[in-house]
Design a protein around this ligand. Sequence first.
Ligand code: AMP
Ligand code: MG
Length: 429
Amino acid sequence: MISVNEARERILSHFQPAAIESLALIACANRVLAVDITAAHDLPLFDNSAMDGFAVCADDTSASGTTLRHAEPRSVSNRQATTLQQAQGITLSVVADIPAGSAPTVTLAKGEAARIMTGAQLPAGANAVIPVEDTDFNNREAGIPAPKTISFAKIVKTGDNVRRRGMDIQAGAVILSKGRTLKPQDLGLLAMLGIGNVQVYKKPRVGLLSSGDELLDVDAPLESGKIRDSNSYTLAALIESAGAEVLRLGVAQDARESVEALLQKAVHEDADFILSSAGVSVGSFDFIKTVIESKGRLDFWRVNMRPGKPLAFGEYLDKPVIGLPGNPVSAFVGFEIFVRPVLGRLSGKLDGSRRTVYVRSEKEIESDGRESYLRAKIREENGVLTAGLTTSHQGSGNLLSLVQADALLIIPAGVKCVPAGQEVEAYLL
Ligand code: AMP
Ligand code: MG
């Protein structure tokens, strides 16, 4: 038996990031960046107002301003002067009206202000904005013209309510790195920077097949001795959750020609690799191995794990094939351990594996010494995540217990008992 890590590394060594394509920004959510993105210009693009209000020169609003002069110079410690000034108020004449989207043409002189809207460019001579709420201009309905003068009783400091050019991002900065899975907010940032087409990795395409004479489609009437093909639904959704596309090949019968036909289809349609479930054990009807070997090579491993010990990896006509076990929980676990990392690498992700967390075991947990993935419920107690095994049995056909589980606890190889209260690594589901 080989270790989980060794099996994973051996499989991963056969895969390289997929090709790159240029996509319209609108189509880039959840796609993986294939290049570093550098800002071509500053953000904000220009000094602009963070509020609806009046653009002013901060000096004009202090004791040294032209409109209001005090004998004593204002200083931080001189509370009296400030109080006096606030009580009296400051009046400036409004010389321009600057809506968002317009390029201001005025230069404010001493004693002058301009009405300005949120996002509008600051006029020359202004370095602060006094919010409309802090002025005597009460009429804030849409369509009302700017007032002739404006009065307020507030000290304004340079930079108040101004979003300065380049305060968020400076031209030349690397803002998103190659390998990042693009989030909605990333798309917004790319739009801000005028990047309408993005270099991303092509989505991997996985040829997916189930195998077994016992399998019926979900819509087919039941027949005695038959079961429904559930793996193709679980695995297809897992593939999509990893950002890849599914090429549904259908169900192979336990017969050489049937398996051959589906593998040929995957080759013909140029899937990046083939993912099968079942038919790779030592049963007399497990034809997948024979077919792969007839036109390629096959490694069949017993991996030191539970569930999901049998795992096949090979190449059929140069197409990689990963053969997962057939039992539904084993197929799921096998996907998470071996296939998700492959999809991560193929799609160029920096880290394509699931993240793990540490949880505290509620009770003693027994294991059989193989690396085990046990279904567990997670509770939060006083800010600590604690885990207890799901109440029903951990058999690899018991899909309901996986449905009920919040996590897979990872019990390392060689461990036969985890004492109550001990920390255990886990995949949250
Ligand atoms: P096998 O590896 O072919 O011996 O299959 C192992 C177990 O998994 C058997 O009980 C199969 O019936 C079951 N099984 C195989 N494929 C599927 C599938 N696609 N959906 C649900 N169960 C399956
Ligand atoms: Mg079978």
